[in-house]
Design a protein around this ligand. Structure first.
Ligand code: IFM
Length: 448
């Protein structure tokens, strides 16, 4: 496998998110986000850490982009913090926040790095959460205002946009399971959030496309390939239900198919929060869809989880190779999911906007020997190439992540980066996987 096998226009890059890397949580007029509040609440983050400093990317972005360029990484996916741009959630624009992202975007471009901007990677302004956040339809106006501000200030230079990062992850974990910000749980929180996020997903894409007709407008989805844990009928049905919730819930309304209503019975609960005409408003033909996948899960029937009636048989208990997140290393999962997206026959272009692995890395004599990560990346890339050669329009691959960062409720322990970060000294050390990927991109290790 070599870079040229993917074609000359294939997009190669790495992905990050504002709260996970920036730090500077109170700098230059920024207001608190739900992740500032959540991480400062005792018991919410497993390691009792916060993103207050994170990778200090807010001040170190130039040296990090220098490193990115030296590694031949041509595309960089980052997100903007709504709280830096509109500290009150709407209304007053904070010029210092605009200036920061202008500097960041310019710093990318002067280094020949193409910026990919995600508008919403989970750090909702706390002031908006205080008014109900995604549970309330009133979130739509400030969200659209935020997108318009982004387009107005950055649209002249940013050509690639993503409206959301992983709606199922932030509503599932934050509004159903209560383990991510804003820490709400239960179907009565989840269903209204799903309704409003799905609506914002369609409307937001359309709004950005109208404002920036020349740009590539996309949005991203979390995915896991789901197989049944056994051949038994109960587990097979459980797998179908989990697949509907984890992989189809936000995609199908976008494609004009409505919320899934076959394998799983959630649609009436969500529709209850919608108005007539909303289902049409949710539909939008994005220029590209961002597919994000790390693993496959095995589903079992469970009587303890109402609505989905399924649970996940964790990889460590199954005795299979897994990462530090307890996610199975199963490269074929990405091939399967790409084929699944293609099977709708409606998606023009797919970019794999996240894929990667956390392993317990350490720096030894100035090196990080992370052979497991390199093997993971090679195998997943091989499966992407296989899907591409079979006609799936997958046109990009971004590794999560450029550098180790704040892994949400897990704290800093899981390290996903191609670059190791010492969170005390903030020293960066390129891991062997980063050197390998760099060589792959520059053609130095032509066949892997
Ligand atoms: O760190 C996250 C990212 O914010 C969203 N996608 C999955 C990554 C790894 O868990």
């Amino acid at each position: 496998m070599k870079r040229s096998d993917f074609g000359p226009d294939f997009v190669w890059g790495t992905a990050t998110a504002s709260y996970q890397i920036e730090g500077a949580w109170q700098a230059d007029g920024k207001s608190p986000s739900i992740w500032d509040s959540f991480s400062h609440t005792a018991g919410k983050i497993k390691t009792a850490e916060t993103g207050d400093r994170a990778c200090e990317f807010y001040t170190r972005y130039e040296e990090d982009l220098d490193l990115m360029r030296s590694l031949h990484l041509p595309h960089f996916r980052f997100s903007t913090a709504w709280t830096r741009i509109l500290p009150d959630g709407h209304g007053r624009v904070n010029q210092a926040g605009i200036d920061y992202y202008n500097r960041l975007i310019d710093a990318c471009l002067t280094r020949g790095i193409e910026p990919w901007l995600t508008a919403y990677h989970w750090d909702l302004p706390q002031v908006l959460q205080d008014r109900g956040g995604w549970k309330k339809r009133s979130i739509l106006e400030p969200f659209e205002e935020y997108l318009s501000v982004l387009a107005r200030y950055f649209g002249d230079r940013v050509k690639n946009w993503m409206v959301f990062n992983e709606p199922m992850a932030f509503t599932g974990l934050g509004y159903f399971a209560g383990v991510h910000a804003p820490g709400l749980w239960g179907p009565w929180n989840f269903f209204p959030a799903v309704a409003h996020v799905a609506l914002a997903q369609g409307r937001g894409g359309r709004l950005l496309k109208n404002l920036l007709p020349q740009a590539q407008i996309g949005t991203t989805f979390s995915n896991s390939w789901i197989d049944p844990a056994s051949d038994g009928w109960l587990d097979q049905q459980a797998a179908l239900r989990l697949h509907a919730v984890m992989n189809r819930l936000y995609l199908e309304p976008l494609l004009g198919l409505g919320f899934p209503n076959d394998d799983v019975w959630l649609k009436p609960w969500i529709d209850f929060h919608l108005k007539s005409g909303d289902e049409k408003d949710m539909v939008f033909d994005y220029d590209f869809i961002g597919v994000q996948l790390y693993t496959r899960e095995k589903a079992r029937f469970s009587a303890l989880t109402p609505l989905v009636w399924a649970d996940i048989h964790k990889a460590s208990l199954r005795g299979v190779k897994h990462t530090e997140m307890d996610w199975e290393v199963y490269p074929q999962a990405i091939y399967n999911i790409l084929k699944f997206y293609h099977s709708y026959g409606k998606i023009k272009k797919i970019i794999v906007t996240e894929n990667g692995a956390a392993f317990p890395d350490s720096v030894v004599n100035g090196r990080v020997h992370d052979a497991d990560r390199t093997a993971y990346l090679k195998e997943y890339m091989g499966q992407i190439l296989r899907a591409r050669q079979e006609g799936v329009p997958v046109e990009g691959y971004m590794i999560w992540s450029f550098m180790d960062n704040f892994e949400w409720a897990e704290g800093f322990r899981p390290r996903f980066g191609l670059v190791h970060v010492d969170f005390d000294s903030q020293k960066r050390t390129v891991k062997d996987s980063g050197l390998w990927f760099s060589d792959f991109l520059s053609g130095r290790n032509a066949n892997v």
